[in-house]
Structure formats: structure tokens, C-alpha cells
Design a protein around this ligand. Structure first.
Ligand SMILES: *[C@@H]1O[C@H](CO)[C@@H](O)[C@H](O)[C@H]1NC(C)=O
Length: 438
């Protein structure tokens, strides 16, 4: 794939592959220079004083801190990305693709700059208001040996080393079709169905949908849970390989509809970027929920932090060590406990370290709840606004309602086919009690 074509008409993946090789070449050059330099100067940078060596990179390296190699890699990455940006700006073919490629490269360059600063020698904090910590963790070095077949497939499917992944078996075939048709309609090609049985794999092939056949091997602990906990747990397990191969994944349940290209709306600055179950600024982004205990008199009010959960049906996860640790922790817990995967996902992301427990240090971002809509937003709030037919969501997840398929079809009728009364027959919520699960 690499170097076959240069310039116009290039696929996004090709440019980034070429970039990886240039980074590798730059690093190799750096290491070679280092080796030559070291052989000429066997006593290192600081021969006169021992204390001096503790303040340079060598000192840091010997304390298990990042070594020269990391710094060289990042320096090379910044300069290669910088020249990549200059090059991209002069090309005007394939404008949309390139625009997105530029956005990703810009985000990567900014992250690499911050990583470089972080790895450098200790700095002073600087003036008030200028301190900014690192939240964009470095991507892992891809390891193709974990699954060469998948690695090969992803080379063809992914763009900018990212893709939508949906996991499906034959039970949700009709929803899956509405799902992938909505993705195809907005021109997204970097998506993949992980097919858990042969029927659904064949169905995908028949519809020219990129598919990866994977057996649903369920751990012993999960095998007896009897419901769909096992499949939900499997999701986190399957995702791991994609990350280890170096890809960012927008994990998507199949009860989600796409109305715009989601990759244009990602910040890519955190380990996990997730849609929310919240329905206003407070519930989506967090608020202070004051608890009242009158018996405490003067101190009757206690402040508590609240946030509506991240929805584990739609989240973008970058291939970093904290991300992979998150998947491992969720997979591990779901293999031992009978628990709801979404609850476990949130607990692992948010609970701090405490006695007997080490919290995960992953960075998190909530996607805009006015663009990545849940179905409570749609049916209870937004559709009552006069101009809802003109609304441009990025995605809608039918998570709050059990009649998923019907509502999905109606939403397509409403937004795509212009049937302005398509949503009218649906109540805001669902009948209670309902034994459907979301
Ligand atoms: C909600 O938050 C957004 C940005 O986070 C802000 O622009 C907007 O004004 C807020 N809306 C309300 C009603 O507070």
C-alpha cells in the first residue's frame, strides 16, 4: 500500500502509513546519530559533575523516566506532522477527506507537542493560568502479531487509523440493516461489523458491508448468566485487539442512526470520548447535587458530584495504555460478576483510588449531547421544538425506548424521507412496566 501513489487521489490511510514510515526513518536516523556521537564521546554529556547529569534526560532515563528515544520519537513526530500539514494544505483534491485528515493531523500534532513538553526536563509551573497538564496519552506501538488477519483487514477499512465498529449477531439483523444503511448514506466507509455468527456474516457480505467473522467465545463465568450480559462483556474483550493493533474505534451499538459523519465531531484528546445518557448541561456534564441532613444543623448540607452515565453503546476509544487497561478491567469484572456492562464501564472510569483499590487514570470527554442524541432527548425534548425537522444530529441512539426498531425506522422516515408526522405515534417514554432492557 505504501508509496504506491503520491499526491492527489491518495487514500487517507496511505498518507498516514507513509507518515509512520517517515517517523520510523527519522527515529532510526536519530538513533544512528546518537550511537555515532556516543562512540565519539564515551563519557556522555556531563563529564564534570554528577549532579548535572541528574537534571538531564540521562538522569531521568536512569530513574525509569522517559528516555532519549521517546523524546526523539516525539520530536520527529511533531516535525513530520508539521510538514504533513503543510503538504495537506496545498492539496485540494478529495477535499472532504483531506479536511478530515487535516483535522486529525492537527489534533495529533498538538497532542504530540504536549507529550514532548511533558517528557522534557522538569519545568517550572509558569505564571498563573498557564499550567496545563497532559490528557492526550500517546498511542501504543501497534502489535500486529495479536491478529494478523484483522490487521490486514483494518489496513483496508480504516481511515486515519480509525473506524466505526458494530458487533452483531443474527438476532438483530433488521436493526443492523437500518444501522449500516444510515452509515452508508452519510458517506462513511470506515466501518466494520464484527459478525458473531455465519448468517449475519453472509448478510453483511450480501450487502457489501465490511465484515469480520468472530466467534462469540464466552468465558465460563459468563456462560451461565443466561442473558445478554455475556455478549456485552464480549464487546470490551473484542475491542482490545483493535486497540492493540493501533486503531481508534468508535464503538457503536446497532440501535444507533447516523445523520452526519461522526469523525468530523471528535476531539481525539482523551482516552475515552463518549455519548451521555444526560439530557441537559447539568446531567450530561456534571453538577453539584446537594444532600440535606437536617439533624446536622449548621452542617446540614453535603455536596455530592453527579453526572449521568457515559453510554457504553457509543464511545470513541483511542489506542492508549489507559484505554486498554479500561477494557481489561471491564472484561475481568464482567467475567466474575453478574453486572450491567454500562455500570461497570462507568465505575472503572470514574471511581478514584481508595483503600484497597487503585482507580484508573484515563482521560474522559463527554460528546455534545445536542449532537450525539439519546432517545430521551429526541422524544421527550427536541421533537417538541418547532423546527425539529431541520435539526442536524450526528447520531441518534434509541437507548431509552424498548421499541428500538420501530423508532429507528420512524426517525429515518422523519429526517431522510421528509415524513413530518413519522414520530407522532410514539409516546415520550415507554409503557411501564416493560421488561425490555436497554
Ligand atoms: C450549556 O453549555 C454550553 C457549553 O458547554 C453553553 O454554551 C450553554 O450556554 C449552556 N446552556 C445553558 C442553558 O446553560
Amino acid at each position: 500500500m505504501k508509496g504506491k501513489k503520491d499526491g492527489v487521489g491518495i487514500r487517507a490511510g496511505q498518507a498516514l502509513w507513509a507518515r509512520d514510515y517517515r517517523v520510523a526513518a527519522a527515529v532510526l536516523l536519530g538513533i544512528t546519530c546518537g550511537v555515532i556521537w556516543a562512540s565519539l564521546h564515551p563519557h556522555g554529556f556531563f563529564t564534570s559533575s554528577k549532579t548535572a547529569s541528574q537534571t538531564n534526560f540521562q538522569g531521568r532515563g536512569s530513574q525509569g523516566q522517559p528516555s532519549d528515544g521517546h523524546v526523539l520519537l516525539l520530536e520527529a513526530k511533531v516535525s513530520v506532522l508539521q510538514s504533513e500539514l503543510v503538504k495537506l494544505k496545498t492539496e485540494n483534491k478529495n477535499l472532504l477527506l483531506i479536511k478530515q485528515q487535516m483535522q486529525v493531523a492537527e489534533q495529533e500534532r498538538d497532542a504530540a507537542r504536549k507529550q514532548l513538553l511533558e517528557l522534557g526536563p522538569p519545568r517550572k509551573a509558569g505564571p498563573w493560568g498557564t499550567a496545563k497538564s497532559l490528557r492526550t496519552n500517546q498511542a501504543v506501538l501497534p502489535d500486529e502479531s495479536v491478529n494478523p488477519d484483522l490487521a490486514k483487514l483494518l489496513q483496508d477499512v480504516a481511515i486515519n487509523k480509525e473506524l466505526i465498529v458494530g458487533i452483531s449477531n443474527n438476532n438483530v439483523r433488521s436493526m443492523l440493516q437500518v444501522w449500516f444503511e444510515s452509515i452508508q448514506r452519510v458517506g462513511v466507509t470506515n466501518y466494520l461489523v464484527v459478525a458473531l455468527d455465519d448468517e449475519i456474516a453472509q448478510f453483511c457480505k450480501d450487502h457489501k458491508v465490511p465484515v469480520y467473522r468472530r466467534d462469540a467465545t464466552i468465558s465460563k463465568a459468563q456462560a451461565n448468566t443466561g442473558d445478554n450480559h455475556a455478549i456485552s462483556g464480549l464487546k470490551f474483550h473484542l475491542l482490545r485487539e483493535f486497540l492493540v493493533l493501533g486503531y481508534s474505534v468508535l464503538l457503536s451499538d446497532v440501535d444507533i442512526l447516523y445523520f452526519q459523519n461522526p469523525f468530523s465531531y471528535l476531539q481525539r484528546d482523551c482516552d475515552v470520548e463518549s455519548m451521555t445518557d444526560g439530557y441537559d448541561n447539568a446531567t450530561a456534564y456534571g453538577y453539584d447535587d446537594v444532600s440535606d441532613d437536617q439533624s446536622m444543623g449548621w452542617a446540614r448540607y453535603a455536596h455530592t458530584m453527579r453526572i449521568w452515565v457515559f453510554n457504553s453503546g457509543l464511545f470513541y476509544i483511542r489506542p492508549t495504555v489507559p484505554s486498554i487497561e479500561l477494557l481489561d478491567r471491564v472484561t475481568d469484572r464482567l467475567s466474575k460478576e453478574k453486572a450491567w456492562d454500562q455500570a461497570v464501564f462507568n465505575e472503572e472510569l470514574f471511581y478514584p483510588s481508595h483503600p484497597g483499590y487503585e482507580g484508573l487514570h484515563a482521560s474522559r470527554r463527554v460528546l455534545d449531547y445536542l449532537l450525539f442524541l439519546n432517545s430521551k432527548m429526541v422524544f421527550k425534548i427536541l421533537r417538541k421544538q418547532g423546527n425539529f425537522a431541520q435539526y442536524k444530529p450526528v447520531t441518534i441512539h434509541v437507548n431509552y425506548h424498548p421499541d428500538k426498531y420501530d423508532r429507528m425506522v420512524a426517525l429515518i422516515d422523519y429526517f431522510v424521507n421528509g415524513k413530518t408526522d413519522a414520530l407522532d405515534r410514539f409516546p415520550d417514554g415507554s409503557e411501564w412496566p416493560s421488561n425490555a432492557s436497554r
